[in-house]
Ligand binder design. Structure first.
Ligand SMILES: *[C@@H]1O[C@H](CO)[C@@H](O)[C@H](O)[C@H]1NC(C)=O
Ligand SMILES: *[C@@H]1O[C@H](CO)[C@@H](O)[C@H](O)[C@H]1NC(C)=O
Length: 248
């Protein structure tokens, strides 16, 4: 097992505090609805790649707010780890924007989503891996990348072997190619990541205001505290320009 870096562990402790307060409640459950009612959850999809720093920032500083609020009761979040990667030579080779580590971790994320379809479980894992702050290394997937996700699976009590089997057995690559297909079928096409859609509509560079878009898209009757004007969730006003990783 990887020896966790002390700083990473400190950050992770914060992560636990941030993500887990509402974990035990039943708020991720699909609301019990009668056959007459339509499902009213808003669908948010994040198209991202594991080593784009702006994706990382969005996941660990912004998207996480959904889990720390009652937004989680009205949103389905879908993580799509592919981003600006490309397939070459009829699906034999995957080329990623930030090198081999990115391809590797995109596939590890894809495996985690498949193995733990529960949003909180795979989001906690993805959050943790992103929060490791890996540096981009352009060679074979590095020991750092492997150590990072293994530390996260250990901390979260997620069976490492399930991910290894998924990756090593080639199933992870199959999942990645499905995400490739989903990403290339976006309409309109994505031009950068993070690419956030709410009910299939891209938010473009207004993605940091995703909470407002969720609230606007929500047509259900529940009172959502995070959507009230005096909500405790601050809008992201840190900077008006939100950098992105452009598709080449
Ligand atoms: C969200 O996605 C689900 C599953 O794909 C779909 O059935 C539902 O209609 C979508 N909701 C909205 C508001 O588009
Ligand atoms: C938020 O606004 C509502 C209605 O305007 C008010 O009743 C409530 O006290 C406010 N909450 C806070 C924390 O200010």
């Amino acid at each position: 097992m990887a020896v966790p870096h002390l700083l990473s562990f400190a950050l992770f402790s914060i992560t636990i505090i941030m993500i887990h307060p509402s974990h035990s409640s039943a708020d991720t459950d699909i609301p019990k609805i009668s056959a007459m009612e339509k499902p009213l959850k808003v669908n948010l999809s994040l198209y991202y790649e594991s080593l784009c720093p702006y994706c990382r920032n969005f996941i660990i500083n912004q998207l996480v707010k959904i889990f720390n609020s009652d937004l989680i009761s009205i949103v389905n979040v879908r993580m799509v780890p592919w981003g600006n990667a490309q397939v070459a030579e009829s699906n034999k080779i995957i080329i990623c924007q930030h090198g081999e580590d990115e391809c590797y971790l995109n596939t590890i994320h894809a495996c985690a989503i498949n193995i733990w379809p529960d949003l909180r479980e795979h989001f906690n894992f993805i959050y943790c891996v992103e929060n490791q702050g890996l540096h981009i290394q352009d060679n074979q997937h590095s020991q750092d990348a492997e150590a990072a996700w293994k530390a996260c699976s250990a901390w979260l009590g997620l069976d490492q072997k399930l991910i290894e089997d998924c990756y090593n057995g080639g199933y992870g690559k199959k999942l990645s190619l499905q995400y490739a297909s989903e990403t290339s079928n976006l309409n309109p096409q994505h031009s950068y990541v993070p690419w956030v859609t709410v009910n299939k509509q891209p938010l473009y560079d207004d993605y940091p205001n995703f909470i407002a878009h969720i609230c606007n898209a929500y047509s259900g009757k529940s009172v959502v505290e995070a959507c009230t004007s005096n909500s405790s969730i601050p809008a992201d006003k840190e900077n008006s320009i939100h950098p992105v990783c452009y598709a080449s």
